[in-house]
Design a protein around this ligand. Structure first.
Ligand code: KIV
Length: 263
């Protein structure tokens, strides 16, 4: 049976850490879930690591539907989250629903949408119509040009306050999960404590309910510079399966990420 939203909420409530990894194809979906990964994120990072693009902006809805189908076909038990690519959710709630519905029809269990409180109306529209949403705040790669690069978010008091406002507004709108990317660990901890839904972190410290890494980064295939929050789990592992098992063990035990991976 597939992991459900209620299972994830219960894990969060029981203090059990959730292990999440990005996944783009059927073969890796099988390896990741048999190694104990709870959530497979069909991330639009496939634009970078699969398609060789500089940013995630060129990824289309059709690309996401194709890769979601591949991941769904290759897995039986993991929860499947799919990214809404650039331009497919920064529109009217009605049009966003149509796009999200295509990802759900492809087998996703939840969609992920980048953006802060401004996305609240859209989040509410989707969840009222049966589509669970993970809201993604902090470093939102689809806004890289607006942000002026891939930088830590929430370091100034003003930014930190805004991220807290975003998190609370998105939970109130009905988001079932909140993903924080590259934000100071202390802020992610504060936000996690404030919310009742599971949080997921990438470069956001050890206190989030879930941890996520890009698959290729955790296997030591870095496209460009190795960011501080990445860890190569292939080091000392005799196979990909073992590397992923080690990642899951470290996440569940609260040993990954360490302070050296945070901000
Ligand atoms: O697309 C992706 O891989 C993501 C992660 C960086 C969280 O959104």
């Amino acid at each position: 049976m597939r992991t459900t939203l209620s299972t994830l909420q219960k894990m969060r409530d029981d203090g059990e850490k959730i292990a999440m990894v990005t996944c783009y194809d059927a073969s890796f979906a099988g390896v990741l879930e048999s190694a104990g990964v709870d959530i497979l994120l069909v991330g639009d990072s496939l634009g970078n690591v699969v398609q060789g693009e500089e940013t995630t902006l060129p990824v289309s809805l059709d690309d996401m539907i194709y890769h979601t189908r591949c991941v769904v076909r290759g897995s039986n038990t993991a929860f499947i989250m799919a990214d809404m690519p650039f331009g497919t959710s920064q529109i009217t709630p009605e049009d966003t629903f149509q796009n999200a519905a295509e990802l759900m029809a492809a087998g996703a269990n939840m969609v992920k949408i980048e953006g802060g409180e401004i996305m609240s109306e859209t989040v509410e529209f989707l969840i009222r119509r049966g589509i669970p949403v993970c809201a993604h705040i902090g470093l939102t790669p689809q806004s890289v040009h607006q942000l002026g690069g891939y930088k830590v978010q929430g370091e100034s008091a003003h930014q930190a306050k805004q991220l807290m406002i975003d998190a609370v507004a998105l939970e109130k709108a009905g988001a079932s999960m909140l993903l924080m990317e590259v934000v100071p660990a202390a802020l992610a901890k504060k936000i996690t404590k404030r919310l009742s839904i599971p949080t997921a972190g990438i470069g956001a410290g050890v206190d989030c309910s879930a941890q996520v890494l890009v698959l290729y980064d955790m296997l030591g295939i870095y496209s460009g510079k190795k960011a501080r929050f990445m860890k190569n789990f292939m080091t000392g592992a005799e196979s990909i399966q073992v590397a992923v098992e080690n990642y899951v063990k470290e996440v569940k035990a609260g040993r990954f990420p360490g302070p050296e991976h945070g901000f």
